[in-house]
Each structure stands twice: as structure tokens, then as C-alpha cells.
Design a protein around this ligand. Structure first.
Ligand code: MLT
Length: 312
């Protein structure tokens, strides 16, 4: 019977390496989250969980790769909020977001930070806004492509200050950070997973966190509201997906393993250092991720339609 086949699969799964596709470049926030979780899942599953970076087109290339992969539990996708926004932002996707994947569980919630190259003139958010308005044709904003978290946050910033700036797309905010450190690009709105260490080390400048409260790891960085920008509240969530049609027992095994990984001391400690919040075990489940994705597609659709800017 199907049930018997599925249960045999789950007993032997996994019997070889698993690949998790990160739909952004190496060295960035999604990559960092995935490598930490993959290492802990490897221990739990007794097989290597290998990360493969497939960056480009705001995460939609990597997602498409996994949508087309064999639904056997050996190719997974770790993606963020962009999974929801790209469903509306992209007129043509190679996959149907809500029907192309099985859900394993939610992984994290990550605050964002508005940062700049170290020597950018403005010293606080208020002066950054004035500076950006006065230099809108030359101030450059890095992002990881349309639908990336950095793109959304950058758009929110430009909309909050009612000024359109020059955007520079990368395959991930890992390489964007390299250019910010090198002074080739001016500002970026990026996840704390990627910015906390740099801000603490003084290698980049931080103007604001996008949360209602200041962050424990960045106590000197004001909230956007403190700096005079309201409605600038955004957090990035990550989920773990499998191609649609993956055996239920395999999905269940992976979900249990994700829960173990999120309770792993190294994961908890490293996430805490980076201002990255692991999802509670109750949310590292297929049902919670499905509900989150559906809710976020519905929440962002009217916002994106109102902005009226799409990718092909
Ligand atoms: C990355 O991993 O590069 C980021 O999540 C990109 C982004 O969405 O801004």
C-alpha cells in the first residue's frame, strides 16, 4: 500500500546527502541562517545537509530550481518573505508559489537595519533623510533583486521619505555588503544576520532598526520611529520547503529535524549574537508555514499592486 511504501521511505530516510538551496549568494543572511540550521539538522539526520547557493532574480531562480526537483526530500529550499512577495511582484514565475511546494516549517524571524558605508556624511536618520532627498540622483541603495528583503525594505524607506533613489541589484546582500564595506555603494536595508557584526565592529554605519523596540545586540541603534520615521516596521521570516509531492513521512521527519535544529545550543547562541530569532517549535511545522505563506501573500498583494512596479 502507499502507506507502507511511505513508512519504509521514512525509516530509511535519509540514506544520502540532502541539498538545501539558498536562493541568494553565499555569505549573506539567508546563507548564514541556512548553514547553521543545516549543520544541526545533519547531526540529527545522520547525513550531511549541504547548502547550494542559487542566487539571482530576487530568490526566484533558486525557488524555481527546487520546484522542479524530484520530490524525494533530498532537495529542499530555505527562502524568506520573498517567497510571498514574489508571487505578486513577478508577472511570470516558472512555478506556482502556493502549489509547487510542500511545507516543512518556519525557521526564523529577523529584524532589519538601515545601514550605510562607514564614511557616508549623515550621522543620524534625520540627516540621512535630508541628505537622500538632496542627493536622490546619486545616492545608491544596494539590494538583492526584486522581491528580496533588502528590496522590500529599501522600497519602504523610499516610500516613507517620498523619494526615489538609485538602486543597485546584487545576487544577495553578502556581495552587497562587500561593496558597502568597500565604499562602492552608499546605503542598504539588510537583515541583522548580516549587519550586526559589522555594526558592532564599526565597519559600517547604522541609522535605524526596523523593529518597534531597540535590539539587545545593537542597543545604540535607534528605532526608525525614534529617528522620525513611522510605519517603517518590517521583519523577515524564513521557511523550509520541499518540492510538492514529497512523501508525508519524509516531510514529517524533516520537520522534526528542523525542530531539533532550532533547539540546538549552537544555533540558539549564534542566532542570538546576530539578532536572529529562531521560530518556536510549534511554528517549525508544515501547517504554520503554510498559514504564514498564505497570509503574507494576501498581506503584500495589495501593497505591491498599489506601488504598481513589477518584474517580468
Ligand atoms: C540574502 O541572503 O542575500 C538576503 O536574504 C537577500 C535579501 O533578501 O535581501
Amino acid at each position: 500500500s502507499f502507506a507502507a511504501v511511505a513508512s519504509v521511505q521514512a525509516q530509511t530516510f535519509p540514506d544520502r546527502n540532502i541539498t538545501v538551496v539558498v536562493p541568494f549568494a553565499a555569505g549573506g543572511p539567508t546563507d548564514t541562517v541556512t548553514r547553521l540550521v543545516a549543520e544541526a539538522m545533519s547531526k540529527d539526520l545522520g547525513q550531511q545537509v549541504i547548502v547550494e547557493n542559487v542566487g539571482g532574480a530576487g530568490g526566484t531562480l533558486g525557488a524555481g530550481r527546487v520546484a522542479d526537483a524530484d520530490p524525494d526530500g533530498y532537495t529542499l529550499l530555505l527562502h524568506h518573505i520573498g517567497m510571498a512577495t514574489s508571487a505578486t511582484l513577478y508577472r511570470k514565475l516558472s512555478y506556482d508559489t502556493l502549489n509547487a511546494f510542500d511545507y516543512i516549517g518556519l525557521v526564523t524571524e529577523v529584524p532589519m537595519t538601515l545601514v550605510a558605508r562607514k564614511d557616508l556624511e549623515p550621522t543620524d536618520l534625520k540627516s540621512l533623510v535630508e541628505y537622500a532627498k538632496a542627493n536622490k540622483d546619486t545616492v545608491t541603495v544596494a539590494n538583492a533583486g526584486i522581491g528580496a528583503a533588502s528590496h522590500l525594505c529599501g522600497m519602504m524607506f523610499m516610500s516613507a521619505i517620498d523619494t526615489s533613489l538609485v538602486t543597485v541589484p546584487y545576487k544577495g546582500t553578502g556581495p552587497a555588503m562587500t561593496d558597502l564595506l568597500g565604499g562602492q555603494v552608499d546605503i542598504m536595508c539588510d537583515q541583522t544576520t548580516n549587519t550586526t557584526k559589522q555594526i558592532q565592529g564599526g565597519t559600517i554605519k547604522a541609522y535605524a532598526v526596523t523593529t518597534p523596540e531597540r535590539l539587545k545586540v545593537l542597543p545604540d541603534v535607534p528605532t526608525a520611529a525614534e529617528g522620525g520615521l513611522n510605519n517603517f516596521d518590517v521583519s523577515i521570516w524564513h521557511g523550509l520547503y520541499a518540492p510538492k509531492g514529497t512523501p508525508a513521512d519524509v516531510v514529517d521527519r524533516l520537520s522534526k529535524s528542523l525542530q531539533v535544529a532550532l533547539a540546538d545550543k549552537n544555533v540558539i547562541d549564534r542566532f542570538a549574537e546576530l539578532g536572529t530569532i529562531p521560530s518556536p517549535a510549534a511554528d517549525a511545522t508544515p501547517a504554520a508555514l503554510k498559514a504564514k505563506l498564505e497570509g503574507e501573500i494576501a498581506r503584500w498583494k495589495p501593497v505591491i499592486e498599489a506601488a504598481g512596479q513589477y518584474a517580468d
